[in-house]
Design a protein around this ligand. Structure first.
Ligand code: NDP
Length: 252
C-alpha cells in the first residue's frame, strides 16, 4: 500500500544524490584508481572492491525485477537483458581484466557505491517490470529505437576504451601511459563518455524518471572525474596531445 510513495521518494532521492555528488566531486576527487590516497579509512583489495560495489546492480536488480507483475513481458525482458549485459561485464569481467594486483581502494568508496547501486537497481527494476507499462508496440517507438541504439553504441565505446587502457600496462599496476587509438584520438576519457551514452540511451528507451535520475547521476559522477583525469594526464605527460579534450570530442 505504501510502496508507490516509497518508490517516488527513492527516485527523488536519486536526483538529489546526483546534485550532491556533482557538488562534492567538483571539490574532492574520488579517492580510487590513480587518485587513491590515505585518509579515507580502511582499504580493501581493488578487484574485491569493484565486485562488492557492483554486485547489487546484478543481484538486487534481478530480485526486484522478478517481483514485478510484468517481468515476463517482452519489452521489460529486453531492458532486463541490456542492464544485466552491462553489469555482468562491470562486476564479473572488468575487475578481473584490470592489471591492479596489490592495489587498494577505500572500503568506504565500495560501500557507498554498493548502496547507490542498490537504490538504482530498485528504482529501475521496479519501474520496468512493475510500475511502467510497455506494450510490444513500444519496440517500434522512436524513443526505444534511439535509446537502445545509444545504449549499445555507449556499451561498445565503454568496453573498447576500457580494453585499450587495460592493455597499456606491461610493467605492473603502477604504470601509466598515454592511451592512443579508438576514441582516445579525441578525448581523455571515452570509457566515461561511453557510460554516459549508455545510461542516456537507457533513460530514453525506458522513458522513465528512474532512468533519467540514473543518467544524471552518471553524468554527475563521471564529468568531474574526467576533468580530474584530463588535468592529471596533462600534468604528468609533457607530450600529452594538446588537441585532445576531456570527455566531449571537440568541445570539452
Ligand atoms: P579509469 O579510466 O580511471 O581506469 C580504468 C582501468 O584502467 C583501471 O584499472 C586503471 O588502473 C587503468 N588505467 C586507466 N588509465 C590508465 C593509463 N593511462 N595507463 C594504464 N592504465 C590505466 O576508470 P575508473 O576506474 O574510474 O572506472 C572504471 C569503469 O567504471 C569505467 O568504464 C567507468 O565508466 C565505470 N564507472 C561508472 C560509474 C557510474 O556512475 N556509472 C562511476 C565510476 C566508474 P588504476 O585503477 O590503477 O588507475
Amino acid at each position: 500500500m505504501f510502496e508507490l510513495p516509497i518508490y517516488n521518494i527513492c527516485v527523488f532521492s536519486m536526483f538529489i544524490l546526483a546534485a550532491l555528488t556533482f557538488l562534492a566531486l567538483t571539490k574532492v576527487t574520488a579517492p580510487y584508481g590513480r587518485h587513491e590516497r590515505s585518509g579515507w579509512g580502511p582499504r580493501i583489495p581493488n578487484k574485491f572492491g569493484w565486485v562488492l560495489m557492483e554486485l547489487p546492480a546484478v543481484v538486487a536488480f534481478f530480485i526486484f525485477y522478478f517481483q514485478g507483475r510484468n517481468s515476463f513481458e517482452v519489452v521489460p525482458l529486453i531492458f532486463f537483458f541490456l542492464w544485466q549485459l552491462h553489469y555482468f561485464y562491470r562486476t564479473f569481467v572488468f575487475p578481473f581484466l584490470t592489471r591492479t594486483e596489490g592495489k587498494k581502494m577505500p572500503l568506504l568508496i565500495a560501500l557507498i557505491g554498493a548502496l547507490i547501486n542498490t537504490l538504482n537497481a530498485f528504482i529501475n527494476a521496479r519501474w520496468i517490470s512493475h510500475y511502467g507499462s510497455y506494450s510490444i508496440e513500444w519496440v517500434h517507438s522512436t524513443p526505444f529505437a534511439w535509446g537502445v541504439g545509444l545504449f549499445l553504441v555507449g556499451l561498445l565505446i565503454n568496453c573498447h576504451s576500457d580494453s585499450i587502457l587495460i592493455k597499456l600496462r606491461t610493467h605492473g599496476p603502477k604504470e601509466y601511459k598515454i592511451p592512443h587509438g579508438g576514441c582516445y584520438r579525441f578525448i581523455s576519457c571515452p570509457n566515461y563518455l561511453g557510460e554516459i551514452l549508455e545510461w542516456t540511451g537507457w533513460a530514453l528507451a525506458t522513458y522513465s524518471l528512474g532512468g533519467l535520475a540514473f543518467a544524471l547521476y552518471t553524468l554527475a559522477s563521471l564529468l568531474p572525474r574526467a576533468i580530474d583525469h584530463h588535468k592529471w594526464y596533462k600534468a604528468r605527460f609533457p607530450d600529452y596531445p594538446n588537441r585532445r579534450k576531456a570527455i566531449f570530442p571537440f568541445l570539452f
